[in-house]
Design a protein around this ligand. Structure first.
Ligand code: SF4
Length: 354
């Protein structure tokens, strides 16, 4: 049987989510942190460490599949500055957490949101929309800013003492840092949330998948998270940066992909894929082999053509190529490309709510 808790918390590992748990624990209530995991956020390897240093029980919850459904369905509130659908994301997590209450015997949910802290998802109207659309109006308490809103059922019933809750608002972190000191935290998480959808470099990695596919799968995002990324139209080339990248890229290869390995010199594992599953032209295969070989320092220093083993849909063979990226059609996607794509998308869509 599952351990029983009084409250389930959205536990991202950020300072606000930790403090939200602590102030509820201070009222003698038992809290379980739900640490949501998708290809874009979540650090399951940190859970044991966090549990130990912050004194909170934490469970990993992988919602990758639901998350991709949400991201490539009709987003009600749209994306923020980059690819982050913050309001829809919060709605998804809270709605999911609500469905877990019974399993743990918990009576309510808590989240570390603070009114006015983030421009997209923590404005007063956004917080209200999240509470309504996630269907958690009767069970959600935001302990750090609850006093900026009317009392929740948990406060009205006396389960939580409203007067003992902090009263935080706005973008500053002063009060949170003071509280962290008072709790004696030996580690204070940095303010950057660790969500890749809000990061320029990672958003640039992902957006070709948004541009070319109706609904990219998990494998594509895992691949986009690994190694160096280059695109020539719909042809994608991923090159490992180190041994662990190489292993990961190799493990993500699937039927129809091309693998490139320099034969006589140490070099990375490189994977080629047409995003629509089409075969590559011979010219493209040679270009990719050349490009991949340019990441082998010794192959480049040889000053000669080098042998690259190519394993693709037509079987395994060897090609001789110069190890160079000069004049290649493979390029890295950029923030400018992402911005253009977003403008295009915004032009196609109905205005979003919220
Ligand atoms: S920053 Fe990322 S994890 Fe946080 S609400 Fe936005 S999309 Fe979700």
């Amino acid at each position: 049987m599952e351990t029983r808790y009084d409250a389930l918390a959205l536990f991202s590992g950020g300072l606000d989510s930790i403090l939200a748990c602590k102030v509820i624990q201070d009222q003698g209530l038992k809290v379980l942190g739900l640490h949501y995991i998708t290809p874009f956020f979540g650090k399951p390897d940190q859970i044991a460490h966090w549990s130990r240093i912050y004194g909170v029980d934490i469970m990993p919850v992988d919602i990758s599949s639901e998350y991709l459904d949400m991201l490539f369905g009709d987003l009600t509130y749209g994306m923020g500055k980059l690819l982050n659908p913050c309001v829809d994301c919060k709605i998804l997590m809270l709605n999911h957490a609500r469905a877990q209450l019974e399993k743990y015997g918990a009576k309510f949910l808590i989240s570390g949101e603070i009114i006015g802290q983030r421009p997209m998802s923590q404005r007063k109207d956004a917080l209200n929309s999240i509470r309504r659309d996630a269907d958690v109006a009767d069970v959600l308490l935001r302990p750090l800013c609850a006093r900026s809103f009317g009392p929740t059922p948990m406060e009205k019933s006396g389960l939580v003492d409203r007067e003992k809750l902090p009263h935080i608002s706005g973008r500053g972190r002063k009060e949170q840092l003071r509280m962290a000191k008072e709790y004696g935290f030996t580690e204070i998480p940095s303010p950057a949330g660790g969500c890749k959808l809000t990061e320029v470099e990672n958003s640039a990695r992902y957006f070709p998948l948004f541009r070319y596919l109706d609904k990219p799968d998990l494998n594509s995002f895992r691949l986009a998270n690994t190694g160096r990324q280059y695109w020539a139209g719909r042809n994608w080339l991923v090159i490992g940066r180190n041994r662990s990248d190489n292993e990961r890229v190799e493990s993500l290869a699937r039927q129809g992909d091309y693998a490139f390995l320099v034969r006589d010199y140490p070099g990375p594992f490189s994977l080629g894929r047409n995003i629509n599953g089409e075969a590559w032209s011979e010219e493209m295969v040679l270009e990719a082999a050349s490009f991949a070989a340019s990441y082998s320092g010794k192959a480049v220093s040889s000053g000669e053509y080098v042998a690259v083993t190519v394993c693709g849909p037509e079987g395994e063979r060897e090609v001789q190529v110069p190890p160079t990226r000069e004049d290649s059609s493979f390029v890295e996607e950029t923030l400018e490309g992402l911005k253009e794509w977003k403008i295009e998308q915004d032009g196609k869509k109905e205005p979003t709510r919220g």
